[in-house]
Write a protein that binds this ligand. Sequence first.
Ligand code: GDP
Ligand code: IMO
Ligand code: MG
Length: 430
Amino acid sequence: MVAVAIVGAQWGDEGKGKVVDLYAGSADAVVRYAGGPNAGHTIVVGEDRVVLKHVPSGALRAGTICVLAQGMVIDPDALVAEMAALSARGVDLSGRIFVSDRAHLIMPYHVLVDGLREAAAGEARIGTTGRGIGPCYEDKIGRRGLRAGDLRDTTRATQLVARALACWEPTIRRLGGEPPPAAPVVQKLAELGPRLIPLLRSDASALVDGIIRAGKRVLLEGAQGTLLDIDHGTYPFVTSSNTTAGGACTGSGVPPTKISGVVGVSKAYATRVGGGPFPTELFDEEGQMIRDRGHEYGSTTGRPRRCGWFDAPVVRYANRLNGLSGIALTKLDVLTGLPRLKVCVAYEIGGVRRDEVPLSLPEFEEAKPLYEQVEGWKEDISSAKEFGELPKAAQKYVRLLEEVGGVEVSLVSVGPDRNETIVRKNPFRS
Ligand code: GDP
Ligand code: IMO
Ligand code: MG
């Protein structure tokens, strides 16, 4: 009957995997609409901890349909390995995972170019995940990419690989690399074909439309975060796709009129991996404390995440761009024990107070946070099941975030486990 989109409201790694898995308990299908193996979506259920790269976070819900939609970029080798690892731990995806014919394929030369460019950029590097995301989307936009449907036709795939390689060859050589020969690249695709071809759907958007028309519930799972959006993020320190709610439509083929709600996932503080502006970043012991308590190390790359205070202008910006119906606030438990907490309510840029995220990169880099300060709490909150069970100071902190962020908090996450959650509002009931 309805589709609900889940988007990152900050710089990624907000806990989208946890939130999607939780909501998937009352959904029939989960559709990943953007990005690829740059994502790392973590789900924790008891002793089980799974990090998903391509596979939608409905995987652990038996019977939930998982769709890798046309907005994604897929590393076929990595996807096959991911599904095999899930199967080895007893997650049965057979008959319920589908891949759009139109999703683009990440090829070994994309990964090579990503790495060579980052190495050559030195201090100016973006800090990509090194998974070939940017070069793959470049081929898509350049209209020379290989799509998942091309796995069906080896002759066509061979031509497309030759054409793309001819295009990338000068770049690879200029960056000091050696272009890979085409034959093994095509051979690998031919080997992977039998594993992936049975999952292909020529029009995954029609599949999802059918599910919605049947009166069922669909989750559109975002990857990365609003500030990493190619159009709306801190360009060039962004990923190469539309991570925002608009991307949920283009990436899945679900029209805007069928989306009944958009939940923005935000940490109770902020983190960022890779380069780019981050006004509330902490370089002191407090930042390290948040990193250690929150295990703020990348799920995909293991890199330490940059940590800082909650940035309300960023969340207000995410609210405006995504039209949020609510915030799923994660990792509140990580702040337990800090004597006082800071919340950035606005910035100072060139001596002037600014309430909005500046759209020019140099201005954003110069932005100094203006903080409001509140008391922390000491009590363990990880077993709270109702908002009223939280210590008064924690309740006050959440209310402050609602006030300065301009959007209600519809879910509070107090630990990584699926059960460590306070659900205040069900996104499927508006
Ligand atoms: P995603 O990319 O948005 O899905 O987020 P990641 O999985 O990359 O990173 C979020 C991390 O925080 C994961 O290790 C989660 O298990 C963990 N996590 C999610 N919610 C909570 C929470 O409320 N408390 C704590 N302590 N950890 C959480
Ligand atoms: P999830 O879905 C956090 C960041 C990278 C880099 C920039 C570009 O787990 O939230 P790319 O490899 O996409 O070209 O890198 O984007 N980035 C992420 N940061 N979470 C992610 O995904 C990210 N995916 C990409 O660190 O700064
Ligand atoms: Mg992640």
